[in-house]
Design a protein around this ligand. Structure first.
Ligand code: HT7
Ligand code: ZN
Length: 882
């Protein structure tokens, strides 16, 4: 199986100046005619053959400059078309441009990979990133080949009244036999991965946006019939995103029309095709009856993310797929900033860091570890990862931290000034930041090349006599596959020193003042010491404020310091962090007690800390909800070398139940004060109250008392919004409430026609940690609403089971592993991308006990034996086994 390497990059031998595509769409096949204006690339090695990518295509005709090619002049195999240009008569292919015409037949109706052109719910749509365009026509399917596209679409008018592609519609009309056509022209050069086509019968929501320069942009959202009421939030989000990008980055939309099409069958969240975004319905449709507050926030964030790609991704794109983080890390950072501005900076930061710690740290420490700019891959689709996206965003965030908002903006401005219309590299981005700010980022570049999560170990000494505090900081980074002996990173360590009242002391270094910028300490060496002067009293250290770098921090806090920070830190992130550390310490202590065969002891000092937080009047409800939530088990697993999962789950449950018991009245009082049954509102205060009430209810349900169950049942049945209903449903499904099956059945009856709600129903059951869940999940995949071809459904049942039900997935008898492997076997040839994502659930097998390790490896080996295994799944499974 071939591996692609970053170091092997070579420019394409031929450029494609113009791309004219004709689509003739039929229910059982489609004909694609491509007319490409090609020219030898002056910046590449000359070549006598033209090699184009093409997969699953049936070549019907091929012409060059109107000359039909003979079989001796070209060749096709399962991946490519090669034309020997030197065998084509009278063709001066090194000097002149020439036209290649190909006609192919494809079968969108049987395309279940959801890559290329496929049918979703009776409508045609495309997904071309990363390498899906080659399933549509023969092409140089790589991001550095950019072309001007003109697209003609023809289809039956009644069934497909809307015919959409990128850019502006220039023509449309009726044809014989009930068919019609539309022609679209995109004036911006783009790579093939940004091509899109949609054809179907949709409901349409129309609006417009006036840009800062006064241009009127048509906004259109296309959805399945009957879903119009669920599009208004997406439309409002789009307008907010457009205004925000103008305001914060000075970036205005460029075409006259911006279209969004929602489809039910989609491998990922959404796709930023130029002027014609294609979205998973999950990230467009939102109504308070059917979508939670979190869904609303996700829709807003994904709409914004895809919109922001218009500049970071489309106007300036990637030279090759190893540079993916150039657009994705940067665009995630931009969407994170946008959401923070719309909601709450601290809450958003905490949520983002939770993803890093539970998922990215795990990836960085596992068999798939890769730098944000990978050096090699087997299947590019496997590299749309939390590392490239979320760690990539953390790296961008560090520029923002180091250079300040103004410096970052200067860097962005220079980046666009230099590279608008180009396909560039991460190095080009670093240079723009460096040059715009005259800031040396030589060492900072290591974040792009070295994988793994750096560890910072900090110790401190306080010298009362000389009013000095010395910090000793060590950095290390573990070996990762193919990389050892890492060089030190440039790590911005944001910190505060708190006096007895919790106030921040002024920061001043005794020497090397350049090592401190404001409250950012520059960690650049393997070992460094910093002396802070004029520190009148022994301070409490608040380190890595706002999670200023994607590292693990080790500092030997005592309980008292953590409780102090939990109560007083002016940095809300570290306030939350202190609480999480307090909880985590208790959980590990409870594990140790079990290990030693002792009875678990609940440490009473927690009660005060939690009670104070609960009753705080100044803190936001969403922040409280986060601070009262126990650390995620997945993140805890990443804190240790090997884990006794059974002990960890017992400890986690014990702590939850103890806190529930100790503060029973408090949970109830706060639940009642924050849970409202009256008129539904979706302002910030109401959203915060729902989040806070939800956490209070989760503690009450942990008591396993009839009264608490009654509250949850009443919330589920009487709520007038999906946030409250889903919270009630989940809590009950995950409890021992005896009538929970009846509730589940009723919920399904009520919502069976709302696919996205059915997915919530699936998920709440698949993540039930109690024992008969595997058997239950086995019946869920047989349920009429389940569809193996629909990734949302697969994620809701199989993905949720393997990724969010630790107790059942890791069942001791290995049945959880058997179940997952069975599903991968059913799926790998249907949808290789989704099957590969599921396979990743085995990646952390080394963390578990010997028996579980053996059982997981057995399944991985079985997967590797499958006939015609897709390279997507092969890459994940083979790397997992190492
Ligand atoms: N740029 C897109 C990434 C993507 C994708 C989307 C849908 C289906 C398959 C896909 N492969 C890659 C999404 C984004 O980051 O905005
Ligand atoms: Zn993206």
């Amino acid at each position: 199986i071939p591996v692609k390497y970053r170091k092997d990059y070579k420019p394409s031998a031929y450029l494609i100046h113009e791309t004219k595509l004709d689509f003739d769409l039929f229910d059982d096949h489609s004909i694609v005619t491509a007319r490409l204006k090609l020219q030898a690339n002056p910046n590449a090695d000359p070549s006598d053959s033209l090699v184009l990518d093409g997969e699953e295509l049936k070549l019907l005709e091929i012409f060059i400059n109107g000359q039909k090619l003979e079989s001796a002049q070209y060749e096709t195999d399962s991946e490519q078309l090669t034309v020997w240009l030197d065998k084509v008569h009278n063709l001066n292919y090194q000097q002149n441009s020439f036209e290649l015409m190909t006609k192919v037949r494809i079968y969108p109706n049987t395309n279940t990979s959801l890559e290329g052109l496929y049918l979703s719910n009776g409508k045609f749509c495309t997904q071309c990133e990363a390498e899906g365009f080659r399933k549509i026509t023969y092409y140089s399917d790589r991001p550095d080949v950019m072309s001007i596209f003109t697209v003609r679409i023809e289809a039956a008018q009644q069934k497909y009244p809307h015919l959409l592609s990128n850019g502006n519609q220039t023509e449309h009309g009726k044809l014989a036999n009930g068919r019609h056509y539309a022609i679209w022209h995109d004036p911006f050069r783009k790579p093939s991965y940004l091509f899109a086509l949609c054809a179907g019968n949709y409901d349409l929501l129309e609006d417009h946006f006036k840009t800062q320069s006064g241009r009127k942009i048509k906004l259109e959202i296309y959805v399945d019939k009957g879903k119009l009421e669920q599009c208004h939030h997406a439309m409002a989000s789009l307008k907010k995103a457009m205004a925000w990008d103008e305001e914060v980055f000075g970036l205005e939309y460029d075409l006259d029309i911006y279209m969004v099409v929602a489809v039910g069958d989609f491998n990922m969240g959404a796709m930023e095709n130029k002027g014609l975004n294609i979205f998973n319905t999950k990230y467009v449709l939102a109504h308070s009856d059917t979508a939670t507050d979190q869904d609303f926030e996700d829709v807003e964030a994904v709409i914004a993310h895809e919109y922001f790609h218009n500049w970071t991704g489309n106007r300036v794109t990637c030279r090759d797929w190893f540079q993916l983080s150039l657009k994705e890390g940067l665009t995630v950072f931009r969407d994170q900033q946008f959401t923070a501005d719309q909601t709450d900076h601290a809450v958003k930061r905490i949520e983002d860091v939770k993803v890093i710690r539970s998922h990215q740290f795990a990836e960085d420490a596992g068999p798939m570890a890769h730098p944000i700019r990978p050096d090699s891959y087997i299947e590019m689709n496997n590299f749309y990862t939390v590392t490239v996206y979320n760690k990539g965003a953390e790296i961008i965030r560090m520029y923002h931290t180091l250079l300040g908002a103004g410096g970052f903006r200067h860097g962005m401005d220079l980046y666009f000034e230099r590279h608008d219309g180009q396909a560039v590299t991460c190095e080009d981005f670093v240079c723009a930041m460096e040059d715009a700010n005259e800031y040396d980022l030589k060492q900072f570049r290591r974040w792009y090349s070295q994988a793994g999560t750096p560890e910072l170990t900090v110790t401190s000494e306080y010298d009362e006599l000389h009013r000095k505090l010395t910090l000793h900081v060590k950095q290390t980074c573990p070996d990762t596959p193919g990389q050892s002996n890492k060089q030190p990173f440039h790590i911005p360590l944001k910190l505060g020193l708190l006096d007895k009242e919790g106030k921040d002391l002024p920061l001043q270094l005794a020497a090397n003042p350049e090592q401190l910028t404001g409250d950012i300490l520059h960690i650049t060496q393997l070992e460094q010491s910093f002396e802070f002067t004029e520190i009148a009293q022994q301070p409490v250290l608040s380190l890595l404020r706002n999670f200023s770098a994607p590292v693990r921090l080790h500092y030997d806090y005592n309980d008292h310091e953590l409780a102090f920070l939990f109560a007083h830190d002016s940095d809300p992130f570290n306030q939350w962090e202190a609480g999480q550390r307090l909880f985590a310490r208790v959980i590990w202590q409870l594990c140790a007690e079990q290990e030693a065969g002792e009875v678990m002891q609940f440490p009473l000092h927690l009660v005060n800390a939690v009670q104070n937080l609960l009753s705080s009047e100044s803190l936001d409800g969403r922040f409280k909800a986060l601070a009262l939530t126990l650390p995620d088990i997945k993140a805890l697993i990443e804190e240790v070398e090997r884990v006794n999962l059974d002990h960890l789950i017992v400890a986690h449950n014990f702590l939850k139940k103890e806190l529930a018991c100790q503060l029973e009245m408090d949970w109830l009082v706060h639940y009642q004060a924050n849970h409202h049954v009256g008129k539904f509102q979706q302002d910030k205060t109401s959203i915060a109250q729902r989040a806070f009430a939800g956490v209070c209810l989760s503690y009450l349900v942990a008591l396993e008392k009839p009264k608490a169950y009654e509250l949850a049942v009443s919330q589920l049945l009487n709520s007038n919004n999906m946030t409250d209903a889903e919270t009630g449903l989940k809590l009950l499904m995950h409890s021992n409430y005896e009538d929970k099956q009846q509730l589940a059945d009723d919920f399904y009856q009520k919502w069976q026609n709302e696919d996205l709600v059915v997915n919530k129903w699936f998920m709440s059951q698949a993540t039930d940690p109690s024992d008969p869940t595997i058997e239950r999940v086995e019946t869920l995949i047989e349920h009429p609403a389940f569809d193996l071809k629909n990734p949302n459904k697969v994620r809701a049942v199989v993905g949720a089971f393997a990724g969010a039900n630790l107790a059942q997935f890791h069942r001791k008898d290995g049945q959880g592993y058997v179940f997952l492997a069975e599903q991968i076997k059913r799926l790998y040839s249907v949808n290789p991308q989704t099957a590969a994502r599921l396979t990743g659930a085995f990646n952390r097998w080394k963390k578990f006990d010997d028996e579980r390790q053996r059982l997981m490896c057995e399944q991985l080996q079985g997967i590797l034996q499958l006939p015609d295994l897709s390279k997507d799944v092969y890459e994940i499974a083979s790397k997992a086994l190492g």
